[in-house]
Design a protein around this ligand. Structure first.
Ligand code: GDP
Ligand code: GDP
Length: 464
């Protein structure tokens, strides 16, 4: 499971600065759910080989009778959700009463906590840090978030306990991950055996996460799927993990439904649905092979929808979109919804869109086809010769530009991973290729390979 890191500290110590620093490895994406999480921000970060979720708790002022009451609701929730807490203080401002109040509170939790003294640029860090030992911490880390000093070292330490478990997870997933695919490639199998190995890979159960903001119809859809005659639901393992995993089979295809709506956690239908949890949703995305993102046809596409979508795109998961509550809308409204989708989501060219009614079941049966298609695209084997041939055709149709008087030349391409598919292109000066040409290659590959439902990533490697 992807680790969750919470940033805690009084206002102005540099939490947002660190948050932006950590999440912008890829565009900073923030799931900000007003009303549900107040000003807690969620982002996805990648650093070296680590992937993690960061929560910025906004300002906590530990002094207003806060720590026990107000801070409680806000930051406590974030602290509870987190696997690691980074407690930020300001090395320039020195120790404050708020810091002490927060420290006291944190000591009462049993979370691994790292004291982070920020803004140590241009000051005598060691003497500035000395007074913070009073907070009773085991270790402190000196950083200057604004200048990216000490950040990598801090995160290496904070995330070290999770590095091993990540590796184990990868191994468990078997053939899907990069090293296993390489194993197949390296194993020197006959073409037939390799084909069979990849076929087995495609026959694994599809982990499907149904996500969407509150009230879009996740529970209704989950119940509809599980209640369907053609669906066989297996006994679920008595797991109390964050999301519940429901193994099921339909038309010979096995799935594991990741139930973020908490449908299966209710003892009976009358019990209230559990509160929507951003973290649970984000973890479900990370753990899924295919994400089914539900949008409500009766609401405008909101920033929350876009944040969730951005998160899915960043994670590289396969994606199917379902516009729900399509029942009983008149044509004018339907047209309006469609043009809004075009306008705001038109940039996602790889995901199929379904218009469904979870309530009445209309269109639900067709979702499976797109889910299977997305999964197969994401795990399909693509040979080096095919990837190179397509690359060559793209290059013949439209030459790469000149850089410093020399034409960029693409030489060959091979697969670098699956789920999402990664295509590695070797050539000279390829790092100099403009974004427009990279996009051209991406679209060329997508068209030629007819890959729907999955993003494709292209990496470039200079071979000079
Ligand atoms: P937050 O309220 O805890 O989220 O704090 P912000 O990230 O908004 O930072 C508060 C102020 O501190 C801003 O003016 C930042 O530019 C500044 N700041 C953040 N990190 C550093 C740092 O490493 N060095 C210095 N000198 N200033 C910093
Ligand atoms: P969740 O919070 O995403 O799990 O959403 P629910 O499944 O609880 O649905 C929220 C509300 O939308 C409920 O009142 C549902 O009856 C209603 N709803 C769900 N799906 C549909 C649909 O397809 N059509 C209509 N008209 N209402 C729906």
């Amino acid at each position: 499971m992807i680790p969750v890191v919470a940033l805690v500290g009084r206002p102005n110590v540099g939490k947002s600065t660190l948050f932006n620093r950590l999440t912008r490895t890829r565009d900073a994406l923030v799931a900000d759910f007003p009303g549900l999480t107040r000003d807690r921000k969620y982002g996805r970060a990648e650093l070296e080989e680590h992937e993690f979720i960061v929560i910025d708790t906004g300002g906590i002022d530990g002094t207003e009778e806060g720590v026990e009451t107000k801070m409680a609701e806000q930051s406590l929730a974030a602290i509870e959700e987190a696997d690691v807490v980074l407690f930020l203080v300001d090395g320039r401002a020195g120790l404050t009463v708020s810091d002490e109040a927060i420290a006291k509170h944190l000591r009462s939790r049993e979370k691994p906590t790292f004291l982070v003294v920020n803004k140590i640029d241009g000051i005598d860090a060691d003497s500035a840090c000395a007074e913070f030992w009073k907070l009773g911490v085991d270790a402190m880390y000196q950083v200057a978030a604004a200048h990216n000093r000490g950040v990598t070292a801090l995160m290496e330490r904070a995330l070290a306990p999770f590095a091993d478990s990540l590796k184990d997870d990868d191994e468990e997933e078997g053939l899907i991950d990069l090293s296993s695919v390489e194993d197949i490639e390296k194993a020197d199998l006959t073409e037939e055996d390799a084909e069979a190995a990849y076929k087995r890979l495609q026959e694994q159960p599809i982990k499907l996460a149904i996500i969407g903001r509150p009230n879009v119809g996740k529970s209704t859809l989950t119940n509809r799927i599980l209640g369907e005659e053609r669906v066989v639901v297996y006994d679920m393992p008595g797991t109390t993990r964050d999301s519940i995993y429901i193994p099921m089979e339909r038309d010979g295809q096995e799935y594991v439904l990741i139930d973020t709506a908490g449908v299966r956690r209710r003892k009976n239908m009358n019990q209230a649905v559990e509160k929507f949890s951003v973290i649970q949703t984000l973890k479900a995305v990370e753990d899924a092979n295919v994400v089914l993102l539900i949008i409500d046809a009766r609401e405008n596409i909101s920033d929350q929808d876009l944040s969730l979508l951005g998160f899915v795109l960043n994670s590289g998961r396969s994606l199917v979109l379902a516009v729900n509550k399509w029942d009983g809308l008149d044509n004018e409204v339907k047209e309006r919804v469609k043009s809004e989708l075009d306008r705001r989501l038109g940039f996602i060219d790889f995901a199929r869109i379904h218009f469904i009614s979870a309530l009445h079941g209309t269109g639900v049966g067709h979702l499976y086809d797109s889910v299977i298609e997305a999964y197969q695209s994401a795990t399909k084997r693509i040979s080096t010769s095919l990837l190179t041939r397509i690359m060559q055709m793209a290059q013949d149709d439209h030459q790469p530009p000149m850089v410093r008087g020399r034409r960029v030349k693409l030489k060959y391409a091979h697969a670098g991973g699956y789920n999402p598919p990664i295509i590695v292109i070797h050539g000279n000066q390829v790092n100099e290729l403009p974004a427009s040409y990279k996009r051209y290659l991406m679209n060329y590959y997508r068209r030629s390979l007819e890959m729907m439902g999955t993003p494709i990533r292209i990496q470039f490697q200079n071979s000079e």
